[in-house]
Design a protein around this ligand. Structure first.
Ligand SMILES: NC(=O)c1ccc[n+]([C@@H]2O[C@H](COP(=O)([O-])OP(=O)(O)OC[C@H]3O[C@@H](n4cnc5c(N)ncnc54)[C@H](OP(=O)(O)O)[C@@H]3O)[C@@H](O)[C@H]2O)c1
Length: 326
Protein backbone atom coordinates (compact mmCIF):
# COMPACT_ATOMS: atom_id res chain seq x y z
CA UNK A 1 0.00 0.00 0.00
CA UNK A 2 2.84 2.37 1.00
CA UNK A 3 4.64 1.47 -2.25
CA UNK A 4 1.53 2.26 -4.36
CA UNK A 5 1.00 5.63 -2.63
CA UNK A 6 4.62 6.54 -3.39
CA UNK A 7 4.24 5.75 -7.10
CA UNK A 8 1.01 7.75 -7.23
CA UNK A 9 2.64 10.74 -5.50
CA UNK A 10 5.67 10.49 -7.79
CA UNK A 11 3.52 10.49 -10.87
CA UNK A 12 1.44 13.46 -9.63
CA UNK A 13 4.60 15.46 -8.93
CA UNK A 14 6.08 14.36 -12.26
CA UNK A 15 2.95 15.50 -14.07
CA UNK A 16 2.94 18.87 -12.27
CA UNK A 17 6.65 19.26 -13.13
CA UNK A 18 6.05 18.35 -16.78
CA UNK A 19 3.10 20.75 -17.04
CA UNK A 20 5.14 23.56 -15.45
CA UNK A 21 8.00 22.95 -17.91
CA UNK A 22 5.54 22.90 -20.79
CA UNK A 23 3.94 26.16 -19.60
CA UNK A 24 7.32 27.93 -19.47
CA UNK A 25 8.42 26.48 -22.81
CA UNK A 26 5.22 27.65 -24.54
CA UNK A 27 5.47 31.08 -22.85
CA UNK A 28 9.13 31.48 -23.81
CA UNK A 29 8.51 30.35 -27.41
CA UNK A 30 5.53 32.72 -27.73
CA UNK A 31 7.57 35.65 -26.39
CA UNK A 32 10.44 34.79 -28.72
CA UNK A 33 8.17 34.58 -31.79
CA UNK A 34 6.41 37.84 -30.82
CA UNK A 35 9.82 39.52 -30.36
CA UNK A 36 10.91 38.36 -33.82
CA UNK A 37 7.65 39.65 -35.36
CA UNK A 38 7.91 43.00 -33.52
CA UNK A 39 11.59 43.82 -33.86
CA UNK A 40 12.90 41.84 -36.84
CA UNK A 41 10.09 41.18 -39.33
CA UNK A 42 8.54 44.64 -38.83
CA UNK A 43 11.40 46.04 -40.87
CA UNK A 44 9.87 44.43 -43.96
CA UNK A 45 6.24 43.87 -42.84
CA UNK A 46 4.81 47.08 -41.44
CA UNK A 47 1.74 49.26 -41.83
CA UNK A 48 1.43 52.29 -44.12
CA UNK A 49 1.21 55.22 -41.71
CA UNK A 50 0.05 57.74 -44.32
CA UNK A 51 -3.26 55.77 -44.39
CA UNK A 52 -4.24 57.33 -41.04
CA UNK A 53 -4.32 60.97 -42.16
CA UNK A 54 -2.39 63.84 -43.70
CA UNK A 55 -0.74 65.30 -40.60
CA UNK A 56 1.22 64.04 -37.60
CA UNK A 57 1.51 66.15 -34.44
CA UNK A 58 4.68 65.76 -32.37
CA UNK A 59 5.18 67.36 -28.95
CA UNK A 60 8.76 68.16 -27.92
CA UNK A 61 9.72 67.97 -31.57
CA UNK A 62 12.95 69.98 -31.83
CA UNK A 63 15.47 67.63 -30.19
CA UNK A 64 16.17 63.99 -29.51
CA UNK A 65 13.42 61.41 -29.84
CA UNK A 66 10.66 63.90 -30.78
CA UNK A 67 12.72 65.41 -33.59
CA UNK A 68 13.53 61.92 -34.84
CA UNK A 69 9.79 61.03 -34.87
CA UNK A 70 9.04 64.23 -36.78
CA UNK A 71 11.62 63.35 -39.47
CA UNK A 72 10.65 59.68 -39.64
CA UNK A 73 6.91 60.34 -39.97
CA UNK A 74 7.59 62.94 -42.66
CA UNK A 75 9.78 60.37 -44.44
CA UNK A 76 6.77 58.04 -44.30
CA UNK A 77 4.51 60.54 -46.02
CA UNK A 78 2.95 62.79 -43.34
CA UNK A 79 3.06 66.55 -42.93
CA UNK A 80 4.25 67.53 -39.46
CA UNK A 81 3.03 69.86 -36.72
CA UNK A 82 5.93 70.58 -34.37
CA UNK A 83 5.22 71.73 -30.81
CA UNK A 84 7.98 72.94 -28.44
CA UNK A 85 9.12 75.97 -26.45
CA UNK A 86 11.85 77.59 -28.52
CA UNK A 87 10.66 79.42 -31.65
CA UNK A 88 14.17 79.45 -33.04
CA UNK A 89 14.52 75.64 -32.78
CA UNK A 90 10.99 75.16 -34.13
CA UNK A 91 11.76 77.21 -37.24
CA UNK A 92 15.08 75.45 -37.79
CA UNK A 93 13.57 71.95 -37.43
CA UNK A 94 10.58 72.82 -39.65
CA UNK A 95 12.92 74.09 -42.37
CA UNK A 96 15.06 70.96 -42.08
CA UNK A 97 12.02 68.67 -42.48
CA UNK A 98 10.67 70.60 -45.45
CA UNK A 99 14.05 70.53 -47.20
CA UNK A 100 15.06 66.97 -46.36
CA UNK A 101 11.69 65.19 -46.49
CA UNK A 102 9.74 67.45 -48.85
CA UNK A 103 6.68 67.60 -46.58
CA UNK A 104 4.69 70.54 -45.17
CA UNK A 105 5.18 71.68 -41.58
CA UNK A 106 3.39 73.88 -39.07
CA UNK A 107 4.86 75.11 -35.80
CA UNK A 108 3.16 75.77 -32.47
CA UNK A 109 5.06 77.37 -29.61
CA UNK A 110 3.99 76.10 -26.19
CA UNK A 111 5.53 75.36 -22.81
CA UNK A 112 4.05 72.14 -21.43
CA UNK A 113 5.17 72.94 -17.88
CA UNK A 114 2.65 75.81 -17.82
CA UNK A 115 -0.42 73.73 -16.96
CA UNK A 116 -3.89 73.47 -18.52
CA UNK A 117 -4.10 76.98 -20.06
CA UNK A 118 -1.92 76.16 -23.07
CA UNK A 119 -4.34 73.62 -24.57
CA UNK A 120 -6.95 76.11 -25.84
CA UNK A 121 -4.44 77.84 -28.17
CA UNK A 122 -2.98 74.46 -29.24
CA UNK A 123 -6.49 73.21 -30.11
CA UNK A 124 -7.11 76.37 -32.15
CA UNK A 125 -3.82 75.90 -34.04
CA UNK A 126 -4.69 72.29 -34.91
CA UNK A 127 -8.24 73.07 -36.05
CA UNK A 128 -9.01 72.08 -39.66
CA UNK A 129 -5.98 69.78 -39.98
CA UNK A 130 -6.63 66.15 -40.88
CA UNK A 131 -4.52 64.57 -38.10
CA UNK A 132 -3.70 60.89 -38.45
CA UNK A 133 -0.97 60.53 -35.82
CA UNK A 134 -0.27 62.15 -32.47
CA UNK A 135 3.09 61.59 -30.79
CA UNK A 136 2.97 62.58 -27.13
CA UNK A 137 6.72 62.77 -26.72
CA UNK A 138 7.45 65.82 -24.58
CA UNK A 139 9.01 64.93 -21.25
CA UNK A 140 11.46 66.15 -18.67
CA UNK A 141 13.28 64.83 -15.67
CA UNK A 142 15.08 66.60 -12.82
CA UNK A 143 17.44 69.42 -13.83
CA UNK A 144 20.12 67.55 -11.89
CA UNK A 145 21.32 63.95 -11.98
CA UNK A 146 18.99 61.35 -10.38
CA UNK A 147 18.79 61.96 -6.63
CA UNK A 148 16.66 61.60 -3.50
CA UNK A 149 13.24 63.27 -3.86
CA UNK A 150 13.93 66.11 -1.40
CA UNK A 151 17.36 66.81 -2.90
CA UNK A 152 15.78 67.95 -6.17
CA UNK A 153 16.45 71.71 -6.33
CA UNK A 154 13.26 73.77 -5.94
CA UNK A 155 11.37 70.54 -5.44
CA UNK A 156 7.83 71.96 -5.48
CA UNK A 157 8.37 73.64 -8.86
CA UNK A 158 9.98 70.45 -10.16
CA UNK A 159 6.91 68.46 -9.07
CA UNK A 160 4.44 70.63 -10.99
CA UNK A 161 6.74 70.99 -14.01
CA UNK A 162 7.26 67.24 -14.33
CA UNK A 163 3.57 66.41 -13.72
CA UNK A 164 2.40 69.02 -16.25
CA UNK A 165 4.95 68.12 -18.89
CA UNK A 166 5.07 64.33 -18.64
CA UNK A 167 1.60 63.41 -17.39
CA UNK A 168 -0.98 66.17 -18.01
CA UNK A 169 0.16 66.76 -21.60
CA UNK A 170 -0.69 63.19 -22.67
CA UNK A 171 -4.45 63.04 -21.96
CA UNK A 172 -4.88 66.75 -22.81
CA UNK A 173 -3.32 66.43 -26.27
CA UNK A 174 -5.21 63.18 -26.80
CA UNK A 175 -8.51 64.88 -25.94
CA UNK A 176 -7.81 67.48 -28.64
CA UNK A 177 -7.00 65.06 -31.43
CA UNK A 178 -9.07 61.95 -30.66
CA UNK A 179 -12.54 63.32 -31.60
CA UNK A 180 -11.59 63.91 -35.23
CA UNK A 181 -9.81 60.55 -35.41
CA UNK A 182 -13.00 58.89 -34.18
CA UNK A 183 -15.03 60.67 -36.85
CA UNK A 184 -12.76 59.18 -39.50
CA UNK A 185 -12.52 55.87 -37.62
CA UNK A 186 -8.74 55.80 -37.90
CA UNK A 187 -5.77 57.25 -36.09
CA UNK A 188 -2.64 56.49 -34.10
CA UNK A 189 -1.63 57.88 -30.71
CA UNK A 190 1.98 57.16 -29.75
CA UNK A 191 2.86 57.91 -26.13
CA UNK A 192 6.50 58.00 -25.09
CA UNK A 193 6.84 56.54 -21.61
CA UNK A 194 10.11 55.04 -20.35
CA UNK A 195 11.62 51.84 -19.03
CA UNK A 196 11.69 53.80 -15.76
CA UNK A 197 7.90 53.55 -15.83
CA UNK A 198 7.84 49.77 -15.69
CA UNK A 199 8.84 49.66 -12.00
CA UNK A 200 9.13 52.08 -9.09
CA UNK A 201 12.48 53.79 -9.64
CA UNK A 202 14.34 55.24 -6.62
CA UNK A 203 16.34 58.41 -7.40
CA UNK A 204 13.98 59.13 -10.30
CA UNK A 205 10.88 58.88 -8.14
CA UNK A 206 8.78 61.66 -9.71
CA UNK A 207 9.86 60.99 -13.29
CA UNK A 208 9.18 57.25 -13.07
CA UNK A 209 5.78 57.81 -11.45
CA UNK A 210 4.66 60.07 -14.32
CA UNK A 211 5.80 57.44 -16.82
CA UNK A 212 3.66 54.75 -15.13
CA UNK A 213 0.73 57.12 -15.67
CA UNK A 214 1.58 57.28 -19.39
CA UNK A 215 1.86 53.50 -19.54
CA UNK A 216 -1.52 52.77 -17.90
CA UNK A 217 -3.31 55.60 -19.70
CA UNK A 218 -2.08 54.28 -23.07
CA UNK A 219 -3.02 50.67 -22.50
CA UNK A 220 -6.51 51.47 -21.23
CA UNK A 221 -7.09 53.97 -24.06
CA UNK A 222 -6.04 51.34 -26.57
CA UNK A 223 -8.57 48.91 -25.11
CA UNK A 224 -11.33 51.56 -25.25
CA UNK A 225 -10.80 52.83 -28.80
CA UNK A 226 -9.06 50.08 -30.76
CA UNK A 227 -12.44 48.62 -31.83
CA UNK A 228 -13.17 52.03 -33.38
CA UNK A 229 -9.98 52.08 -35.43
CA UNK A 230 -7.68 54.07 -33.12
CA UNK A 231 -4.37 52.47 -32.22
CA UNK A 232 -2.64 53.64 -29.04
CA UNK A 233 0.95 52.57 -28.52
CA UNK A 234 3.08 53.08 -25.44
CA UNK A 235 6.83 53.23 -26.14
CA UNK A 236 9.23 52.56 -23.25
CA UNK A 237 12.84 53.36 -24.22
CA UNK A 238 15.89 52.58 -22.11
CA UNK A 239 18.78 54.94 -22.86
CA UNK A 240 18.78 57.01 -26.06
CA UNK A 241 21.55 59.55 -26.60
CA UNK A 242 19.81 62.95 -26.35
CA UNK A 243 19.95 66.16 -24.29
CA UNK A 244 17.94 64.41 -21.58
CA UNK A 245 20.74 61.84 -21.16
CA UNK A 246 23.50 64.45 -21.66
CA UNK A 247 24.38 62.93 -25.05
CA UNK A 248 25.51 59.65 -23.49
CA UNK A 249 27.93 57.84 -25.78
CA UNK A 250 26.20 55.59 -28.32
CA UNK A 251 27.03 51.87 -28.06
CA UNK A 252 25.17 48.55 -28.28
CA UNK A 253 23.03 49.52 -25.27
CA UNK A 254 22.57 53.24 -25.93
CA UNK A 255 20.83 54.11 -29.19
CA UNK A 256 21.11 57.14 -31.45
CA UNK A 257 17.68 58.86 -31.57
CA UNK A 258 17.21 58.45 -35.36
CA UNK A 259 18.06 54.73 -35.30
CA UNK A 260 15.89 54.15 -32.25
CA UNK A 261 12.86 55.89 -33.75
CA UNK A 262 13.20 54.18 -37.15
CA UNK A 263 12.85 50.83 -35.38
CA UNK A 264 10.14 52.05 -33.01
CA UNK A 265 7.95 53.40 -35.83
CA UNK A 266 8.08 49.99 -37.52
CA UNK A 267 6.33 48.48 -34.49
CA UNK A 268 3.22 50.72 -34.70
CA UNK A 269 0.12 48.57 -35.18
CA UNK A 270 2.04 45.43 -34.22
CA UNK A 271 2.37 45.94 -30.48
CA UNK A 272 0.63 48.23 -27.98
CA UNK A 273 3.61 48.22 -25.63
CA UNK A 274 7.12 48.45 -27.08
CA UNK A 275 10.62 48.91 -25.78
CA UNK A 276 11.07 50.42 -29.22
CA UNK A 277 14.05 48.53 -30.61
CA UNK A 278 15.63 45.09 -30.41
CA UNK A 279 18.52 46.18 -28.19
CA UNK A 280 16.18 47.80 -25.65
CA UNK A 281 13.76 44.85 -25.73
CA UNK A 282 16.62 42.47 -24.87
CA UNK A 283 17.88 44.79 -22.13
CA UNK A 284 14.35 45.03 -20.71
CA UNK A 285 14.13 41.23 -20.63
CA UNK A 286 17.43 40.82 -18.79
CA UNK A 287 16.99 43.75 -16.39
CA UNK A 288 13.47 42.55 -15.55
CA UNK A 289 14.60 39.00 -14.82
CA UNK A 290 18.00 39.63 -13.22
CA UNK A 291 17.06 42.54 -10.98
CA UNK A 292 13.75 41.79 -9.24
CA UNK A 293 11.78 44.59 -7.64
CA UNK A 294 12.77 43.68 -4.06
CA UNK A 295 16.42 44.16 -5.10
CA UNK A 296 15.84 47.50 -6.84
CA UNK A 297 13.99 48.84 -3.82
CA UNK A 298 16.49 47.52 -1.26
CA UNK A 299 19.03 49.81 0.41
CA UNK A 300 21.76 47.78 -1.31
CA UNK A 301 20.17 48.40 -4.74
CA UNK A 302 19.80 52.13 -4.04
CA UNK A 303 23.44 52.37 -2.89
CA UNK A 304 24.57 50.68 -6.11
CA UNK A 305 22.51 53.15 -8.13
CA UNK A 306 23.96 56.02 -6.15
CA UNK A 307 27.52 54.85 -6.93
CA UNK A 308 26.73 54.63 -10.65
CA UNK A 309 25.34 58.17 -10.60
CA UNK A 310 28.44 59.48 -8.77
CA UNK A 311 30.64 57.81 -11.38
CA UNK A 312 28.74 59.55 -14.16
CA UNK A 313 28.98 63.03 -12.58
CA UNK A 314 32.26 64.23 -14.19
CA UNK A 315 31.06 63.39 -17.72
CA UNK A 316 27.80 65.26 -17.11
CA UNK A 317 29.62 68.30 -15.67
CA UNK A 318 31.79 68.34 -18.79
CA UNK A 319 28.67 68.12 -21.00
CA UNK A 320 27.01 70.98 -19.10
CA UNK A 321 30.07 73.22 -19.46
CA UNK A 322 30.18 72.48 -23.19
CA UNK A 323 26.53 73.34 -23.76
CA UNK A 324 26.42 76.08 -21.09
CA UNK A 325 23.31 74.63 -19.46
CA UNK A 326 22.69 74.55 -15.72
N1 LIG B 1 16.54 59.91 -23.95
C1 LIG B 1 16.26 58.82 -23.26
O1 LIG B 1 17.13 58.00 -22.94
C2 LIG B 1 14.84 58.52 -22.87
C3 LIG B 1 14.58 57.31 -22.23
C4 LIG B 1 13.29 57.02 -21.86
C5 LIG B 1 12.26 57.90 -22.14
N2 LIG B 1 12.54 59.07 -22.75
C6 LIG B 1 11.41 59.98 -23.02
O2 LIG B 1 11.45 60.39 -24.36
C7 LIG B 1 10.89 61.69 -24.49
C8 LIG B 1 11.84 62.59 -25.27
O3 LIG B 1 13.06 62.64 -24.56
P1 LIG B 1 14.41 63.17 -25.23
O4 LIG B 1 15.49 62.40 -24.60
O5 LIG B 1 14.29 63.19 -26.70
O6 LIG B 1 14.43 64.67 -24.65
P2 LIG B 1 15.25 65.95 -25.14
O7 LIG B 1 16.37 65.59 -26.03
O8 LIG B 1 15.53 66.72 -23.91
O9 LIG B 1 14.17 66.75 -26.04
C9 LIG B 1 13.05 67.29 -25.44
C10 LIG B 1 12.20 68.02 -26.48
O10 LIG B 1 11.08 68.54 -25.80
C11 LIG B 1 11.06 69.96 -25.88
N3 LIG B 1 10.67 70.43 -24.57
C12 LIG B 1 11.34 70.26 -23.40
N4 LIG B 1 10.67 70.83 -22.40
C13 LIG B 1 9.55 71.36 -22.96
C14 LIG B 1 8.45 72.09 -22.44
N5 LIG B 1 8.37 72.41 -21.16
N6 LIG B 1 7.47 72.49 -23.29
C15 LIG B 1 7.56 72.22 -24.60
N7 LIG B 1 8.56 71.52 -25.15
C16 LIG B 1 9.55 71.11 -24.33
C17 LIG B 1 12.49 70.38 -26.26
O11 LIG B 1 12.52 71.54 -27.04
P3 LIG B 1 12.56 73.03 -26.42
O12 LIG B 1 13.69 73.03 -25.45
O13 LIG B 1 12.75 73.92 -27.58
O14 LIG B 1 11.23 73.24 -25.81
C18 LIG B 1 12.90 69.19 -27.11
O15 LIG B 1 12.40 69.35 -28.42
C19 LIG B 1 10.60 62.17 -23.06
O16 LIG B 1 9.25 61.94 -22.77
C20 LIG B 1 11.48 61.27 -22.21
O17 LIG B 1 10.96 61.09 -20.93
C21 LIG B 1 13.81 59.41 -23.12
Amino acid sequence: MFFLTNIFQDSVFAQIGALTCLYYMVKFSWNLLSGIRIYVLSKFWRIDLSYFGEWAVVTGATNGIGKAYAHELARRGLNIVLISRSLEKLNATAKEIEQQQGKKTKIVQADFTSGPDIYGPIEAALKDLNIGILVNNVGKTYDVLPCYFLNVPNVRKAITDIMNCNALSVPMMTSIVLPQMLERKKGVVINISSEAGSHPHPMLTMYAATKVFVNFFSRALNAEYKPQGIITQCVMPLVVSTNLTHDTEVNSFVKQADDYVREAVNTVGITELASGCLSHALQHFFVDNLFPEWFRLSQFGINMLHKMIEKRKPAVEKWRKKYKTN
